[in-house]
Design a protein around this ligand. Structure first.
Ligand SMILES: Cc1cc2nc3c(=O)[nH]c(=O)nc-3n(C[C@H](O)[C@H](O)[C@H](O)COP(=O)(O)OP(=O)(O)OC[C@H]3O[C@@H](n4cnc5c(N)ncnc54)[C@H](O)[C@@H]3O)c2cc1C
Length: 296
């Protein structure tokens, strides 16, 4: 049986306490939230922190709320809580679409939104969802709080802007009139994505006034498809243009072949899922605004 190397364990009682523990133990200390990514890495000795700072008691990071026209999601919100949140689903159904397909109930009951984003696994689902809706990361450090657009949050595979001695405390998303959706292909229920795409849009008449597209597992830089967004904004929301946007998104991906599939297949999925997410978001938009189309 694989066991982690020895480490100190501390239970934080507040964000300030967690920050002081991080400062005390230095760069070899790590926050532990759900532990679903960190503990397996420790067992495999891919991570060997000298100290674990457990933030699971921090109620203030476990809430979902609407404040100042923003949806606030605490970093310690469990996947299952985001899936169950009516307010999150009402404003951003993309989160419910994604959460329904993340792992299994055991992982969803324990794994956290903040842990998922900080892990920055290239196949992680919420990273693409937050990218599509232009979320923001609220990061607390010894010098105070800073807010980073999620599109600037990821610096590479398994890397983010959260520095040593800092904690991601919340994700937040400005609430506005929009519709969103997430589409994923997995080899079997509960598996990581072969590929997935999220889309958010706002229409003014028949014209796309705003579009956000996030992709995962296909090597999109920072989970983002800016070229496809630029192509769509300012034009009509037609099936043909959504197909073209999917092709553009796929063209700018750099998938790697692995046990989930070859490059061509992943690129094909990037195109198809981008198109599907856009269509589903458009259907939701029309459903909200004139009830004309039935959701597919
Ligand atoms: C079997 C299995 C299947 C899975 N399938 C999927 C899937 O289909 N899609 C998907 O997206 N994910 C999937 N996951 C990942 C899952 O979503 C985990 O919850 C997620 O990877 C990490 O969340 P966590 O709370 O467990 O983080 P932890 O393991 O506790 O931490 C992960 C990393 O983030 C850091 N960290 C955690 N919280 C903070 C914070 N607030 N501030 C700063 N740093 C922090 C830790 O130090 C660590 O480096 C799966 C996991 C498993 C085990």
């Amino acid at each position: 049986m694989q066991v982690p190397a020895q480490f100190q364990y501390e239970k934080a009682t507040s964000v300030e306490h967690a920050l002081s523990l991080l400062a005390q133990y230095g760069p070899e200390s790590r926050i532990v939230a759900g532990g679903h990514s960190l503990l397996p890495m420790m067992k495999l000795r891919l991570a060997q922190p000298e100290a674990l700072i457990d933030i699971n008691d921090l109620e203030e990071l476990s809430r979902i709320s609407v404040e100042e026209h923003m949806l606030w999601i605490g970093a310690l919100v469990r996947h299952a809580d985001l899936l169950a949140s009516a307010v999150a689903g009402e404003h951003f159904p993309i989160f419910h679409d994604a959460e329904r397909m993340i792992a299994d109930p055991i992982v969803r009951n324990r794994g956290t939104v903040g842990g998922s984003l900080c892990q920055a696994d290239p196949s992680e689902d919420l990273s693409a969802a937050f990218t599509a809706v232009r979320g923001e990361a609220v990061i607390q450090g010894p010098d105070g709080r800073r807010v980073v657009p999620i599109r600037e949050f990821f610096t590479g595979p398994y890397q983010t802007v959260v520095g040593d001695g800092e904690i991601l405390t919340h994700l937040r998303v400005p609430i506005r009139s929009s519709a969103s959706a997430y589409e994923k292909v997995e080899r079997r229920a509960g598996d990581w994505a072969v590929a997935a795409a999220g889309a958010e849009l706002r229409l003014e008449g028949d014209t796309l006034a705003e579009v956000g597209i996030g992709l995962t597992a296909v090597g999109a830089s920072s989970f983002h498809a800016p070229e496809a967004e630029e192509f769509l904004v300012g034009g009509p929301a037609t099936d043909e243009r959504f197909d073209e946007a999917g092709a553009i998104a796929a063209q700018h991906c750099e998938p790697v072949p692995d046990q989930r599939g070859p490059v061509d297949y992943k690129r094909h999925l990037a195109a198809t899922l981008t198109t599907r997410a856009l269509r589903r978001a458009r259907t939701r938009w029309h459903g909200q605004h004139n009830g004309a189309e039935k959701e597919s």
